[in-house]
Each structure stands twice: as C-alpha cells, then as structure tokens.
Design a protein around this ligand. Sequence first.
Ligand code: ADP
Length: 623
Amino acid sequence: MNKTTHSFQAEVQQILHLVTHSLYSNKEIFLRELVSNASDACDKLRFESLDRPDLMEDGAGLEIRILVDAAARTLTIRDNGIGMSADEAIAHLGTIAKSGTREFVAKLADGQKKDAGLIGQFGVGFYSGFIVADRITVETRRAGLPADQGVRWTSDGSGAFETEQIERATRGTDVILHLRAEEDEYLASWKLRSIVGKYSDHISLPILMRKEEWNSEKQEQVVTDEWQTVNKAAALWARPKADVTEAEYHEFYKQISYDDAAPLAYTHNRVEGRTEYTQLLYVPAKAPFDLWNRDKRGGVKLYVKRVFIMDDAEALMPVYLRFVKGVIDSADLPLNVSRELLQESRDVKAIREGSTKRVLSMLEDLAANQKEQYGAFWKEFGAVLKEGMGEDHANKERLAKLLRFASTQADDGVSFDDYIARMKEGQDAIYYITADTLAAAKSSPQLEIFRKKGIEVLLLTDRVDEWMLSHLYEVEGKSLQSVAKGAVDLGKLQDDEEKKQAEAAAESFKPVLERLKTALTERAKDVRVTSRLVDSPACIVVEEGDMSAHLARLLKQAGQQAPSTKPILEVNPQHALVKRLESDDARFDDLAQILFDQALLSEGGQLEDPAAYVQRVNRLLAA
Ligand code: ADP
C-alpha cells in the first residue's frame, strides 16, 4: 500500500481546533490521555487473548514506555497492546465514534461556550497530542497480523492525515509527538515523571522510562540504557483505605470521570463474604450533559482482579444511579465474563445490591450531615433519583426518605419527614399538586382551601413526578393525596359549622348545578359544589382513579396516547361570577363555558377552541 491521504471527519477538525485553542492552559493532560489509550490497548489485548492466546506471541508482559529523543525533539508513548490494522487506524484516528461527543463538539464549536472543563468531560483522547505537537506519527501493528502489515499514520492536525504500510517487528503502537518549538519542557525527564505521577499512578501496568544518572565527568544528567518503572502501578482502589489521601481519591475521580470538579462524596470498601469485591464509588458534584440519556454507558467500570473488563456494566448499578462513577473489582468473577453471564450471575446480583445500598448510605449520610451538599446533589440529580421509586422496590422506603420537594412553605428541600412533622392535627394525608412549573403550581386554585387552613402542599413539577407517584401511594402510613383529584376530604380539619354551611350551599345551588351539567355535558363528567376554592370561581379536578390532566398532557407531548376522560368541574357558589349564573339567564351558556375554560387555563391546560373563548369573553365585556 502506497501513501494515501485521508481527510478528517468534520467533527474531528472541530475537536482539533478546540483542543489546540481551549485546552492550552492545561496542556499536560495530553500525556494522561495517551497513556490511558496505551493502557486501554493493553487491556483490550489481554481480553482478546483469553480466547486467542496466539495474540500474545510477542510476549505476555504488557507495558507502556515513554521515550524522549532530545535531538529529534520527539516524545514517544509506546505500548505493546492490541495495536491497529490499517483500517482501524483510519477509522479510529480520523473520526469520532461516540455520537454524544460528536454532537456536543459540534455544539461547542459553533456556539459561544468554549469551556475547557466541558471539553475535558469527553476525554479528547488521542487528539490532545496536538496541544503540544505540530505533527504526530503513529506506527502500529495489530496483534496477530504479520510483520509487513504495520501502518504508519501521520498528520499535522490541520485537516488531513496520511497512512502507509510499513514493516513493524512487534505488535502494539508508538505514538510519536513532534513537539512544537515552544514545548521543550516535555523533553525533560523530571517533567514527564511528575505528570505520570500526577495522573497515571493508578494505571496498573508498568510505565517505563530510561533511567538518568549524574555523570560527574560531564557534570550533567545523562540518560542510561536502563529502564525504570515510574508509576506506582497499584490500582488505587486496591490499596488500603488508610494509605490513600483525599487528594488521591479526588485525582483518581478526575481520571475516570473527566470531571474537573471534585466529587461530592465517595465511598471505598472491601466487601467480604459469599462474594468478594472492592468498590470505590463517587457521586459527582455536577450532572453531565447527557444525564438524561438512560442508555448511555454506565459510569462504573468493572474489573476482575484488577483487569479491566468493561465499562458499560449496567448490571452493576441500577439505571437510576447512572450518575455514580467508580470502580468495582471482583475477586470471584471469571476474567472472560461475558455480558450475558454478567446479567445472570448471582455474584453480580449480590455486587449490584451491595453497591446500590452503599450509594444510598452515602446519600443518607450526606443528607443527614451535610445538608447544603445534599441540596446541591438534589438539584443536579434529584429527578434521576426519583426514577428509582419505580425501579427499585426493595429500596423504595429508603429512597422516599431521600426525596426533596418544593412546597407551599418552602421553595425546595422539603422531605417527607419535614412534611410529616408539620402536619396539622387531624390531618392524615400528605397533599400534593403536579404542574409544569413552580409558578403554575403555586397559583393553582386547588390550593386555596389548603392555604386558608395552613395545610402544607407539596408542589411537584418534574416530568418524572407523575411517574414516581404511580409507584408511591403512602409514606409512613400516610397516604399521598392529590389536591386536584377526587373530592377533598379535609376530614377532621373542617369543623361542623363549615360542613353544614357547605351542605346548605350545595342544596340551594342544586338547580343551577343541574343546568350547568346540561350546558357542559360534552366537556365535564360532573359539575359539583367545591370545598377547595376560596377566591376562584371554579376549578377542574379528576376522579380519584383517573389520570391527572397534567399527566395526560405530558403523555400527549411525548406523542403517546392518553385516555380522554372528562374532568369534573367544581364551582364556588360564593364567587360573584358563579352567583351571576343564578340571575343572568340570557348569558347562562356563555358564563358556563367561560367558567369551564378558565378553570382549564388556570390548571395549565390548553383550550381546544381559544377563539370561541375570546368571543364569549368579549360578548360579556361588551354587555
Ligand atoms: P477514546 O480513547 O476515547 O475512544 P481516542 O481519540 O483517544 O478516543 O482514541 C480513538 C481510538 O483510537 C480508540 O478508541 C482506539 O480504538 C484507538 N487508539 C488510540 N490509541 C491507541 C493505542 N495506543 N493502541 C491501539 N488503539 C488506539
């Protein structure tokens, strides 16, 4: 194969531009990225060789070497891992495979925000070499291919790259950075060692560099032929807790998460018993941009006896804890564990249950002892945690205690415990309302009677709330009750006098109710006198077992079928507009329709025929 020229995928050009312009202040990460790629390549080889031992024919000792050629001004990161075939080199070093990254980069590139921290989230990977190099040459050969099937890939990072076939005696990859004129510091051995120490100590393969010695004749440091391991090569999670500093835990978090901020909390344990494993799990401080993608790869990496196995181990963490990052290292699973086996293994089930409980304890601890931190956590991940109410029945009660809400008494941070502690005497239900926004929830007419009586109502405005509620009926023996469903029964909270008055009002209002029912027969299932309203003329409610109007709207927005049950209209006979129904015969029908439309609007709904509503209101205004 002769030299061929290929152009980079458009997004790669964008990433190259971003990398060289935005990551300039944190240049040294290029080494972390390239060492991490080298380490991945070794992990892949180890994994593939389980089925094909012949792949290891050049030797089973996997390692990474860092070589400096001061005269040529090159820095080489060499591994004897899986390597790449020509096709793989063209595909992997010319495109961005991950669609999430691609979209995000495209957005960053034409957008305003050039946030180095955000770019860091994706692990710009190989392309970060161009921060310090004006040309990169990659020489590689895939394990298992003959020596003449090597490939040389080279590019100055400006738009195209070249490939050609070469002879290469050994499997694996050399990434050769031709340093930019002003980047001489990356030729200095001490500098490279310090970067390796900072970012790559946990890499469990040896990272080797040539030993340097003081030459007293020359009075200078000289490079010897001897190789020396420069990293600790000890997986951080495998070290005893007492030996690991907080700074090391944080640094490790950054490496596995690409998150520049420190984690909110972490937990590190060795679990012994029927199944043995180590877990090091982190809760990030900030949600990643793709938190809502339930299919994205999990943040927890599975190792078996320190050998990396896979990082989309959904089997290890429930989906609702997908924000958790970390490592689980099992002592019992076989190295060649397959995805299918993972799903069936009893050991894995035990690990998953144990790890879930650990994360919940970590959150409980935060909630109890660091309220502010927990508030920050809730803001970022609360809505995701709510998914757990339906997904994780075993931990439902613990999860319920971790939930936080807005209410008529506080804009955030209200737990069920807080609510229950504030319940009025005689109150036996936990009241809530669902709406699209906090403002809409707060101004719902259904809240009026609760406000008047000083009863707290939870205001639920996350999309996931309705779904959560379908799995949560009661907390500590107190039922959850929508203020917009069924008849309000304030039970012992209403005194006899009030009850009597309401009954009398309903009795005398009966004839009007009958007329209203007839006028609204197409739209309302029933019309009745309310006990919810104080200042508003009417409101819409649904029957106890029916789907709330809010949920029906959410489903429609999502393009799903929602049953079209008619709501109930409740009217407030004390209100002037409603009183007018009794006296204004000529406009009865207009008034009835307007009452219904307004009730619908104030509940956040949409009118089927807004123009008709406007005409009716105008007729009244002009009268
Ligand atoms: P990422 O590592 O996040 O996938 P990179 O841009 O760093 O993204 O690398 C792209 C791909 O190139 C890798 O997924 C891998 O397939 C290949 N690659 C990079 N470096 C090496 C290496 N040293 N050995 C083998 N393959 C490599």
